[in-house]
Design a protein around this ligand. Structure first.
Ligand SMILES: CCCNc1ncnc2c1ncn2[C@@H]1O[C@H](/C=C/CNC(=O)c2cc(-c3ccc(F)cc3)cc(O)c2O)[C@@H](O)[C@H]1O
Ligand SMILES: [Mg+2]
Length: 214
């Protein structure tokens, strides 16, 4: 049977990147998506905004919703100091299998914990599974209609603290109108929009950075 796009993306990493070199894995995926097949990775332009926010926050605990092929997982994990963990949630087993291999190729398996399952089921288990009290940083890039319910769940589970940073992809394209309305109007958040472009295209998109105020 035909390979899937994530499998072809993984093959491009294995053929073009250097094992243990996260930057070469990132470049191989960006090259594949620009010159072979578009894929819904955050990409290089929004990715450098992601990098700067991660470096500014220096999180000790980080969560990613929607691993897909592990591109943003590698971008985030490569910037984390030793001893910190990025927990990434992915409910599609085929995507999770590809992501594990991408993360391992980058040599970042010790900084990442990929948990297979739905965010709605797993978020309430973060404390019992990992002893996590609160997350310093959350990157949101899963199904767009799940952004809002999942941050409300993070609030309910008391997994956010004063100063926790949420960074959401695709707030323009495909768009997350309910999420934007909430974080921009809620007294519990201070929000800022980072204008950019949809990965590998000239279409406008951007990232919304929201600080939880408690
Ligand atoms: C139970 C569902 C909610 N909980 C969930 N828990 C764990 N993982 C979940 C997940 N939802 C979705 N996922 C996973 O996240 C990923 C989903 C990402 C959805 N992303 C998009 O749709 C997207 C789409 C575009 C896009 C933009 C323009 C266009 F023309 C076509 C596509 C661009 C992006 O950057 C995107 O992120 C998959 O790997 C999926 O299996
Ligand atoms: Mg996205």
């Amino acid at each position: 049977t035909r390979s899937t796009r994530p499998q072809r993306l993984l093959r491009a990493v294995q053929q073009k990147a250097i094992k243990g070199d996260p930057q070469s894995v990132i470049s191989a995926i960006d090259y594949f998506c620009r010159h072979s097949e578009w894929a819904m990775n955050v990409g290089d332009e929004k990715g450098s905004i992601l990098d700067s926010v991660v470096c500014e926050v220096c999180p000790t605990t980080a969560l990613e919703l929607g691993t897909y092929c592990g591109y943003s997982t590698v971008r985030i994990a490569r910037l984390l100091p030793p001893g910190t963990k990025l927990i990434t949630l992915e409910f599609n087993p085929a995507f999770a299998a590809v992501a594990r291999q991408v993360i391992e190729y980058a040599g970042l398996q010790n900084k990442v914990c990929l948990v297979e399952g739905a965010s709605g089921d797993l978020i309430p288990k973060m404390c019992q599974m990992f002893g996590i009290k609160t997350f310093d940083f959350v990157f949101i890039d899963h199904w767009k209609d799940r952004y809002l319910p999942d941050i409300k769940l993070l609030e309910e589970c008391q997994l956010l603290r004063k100063g926790s940073i949420l960074l959401a992809d695709n707030v323009i394209c495909p768009g997350t109108p309910e999420y934007l309305e909430y974080v921009r109007n809620s007294p519990h958040y201070e929000s800022k929009y980072f204008k950019s472009h949809l990965e590998y295209t000239k279409v406008e998109d951007g990232l919304e950075k929201s600080v939880f105020l408690g």
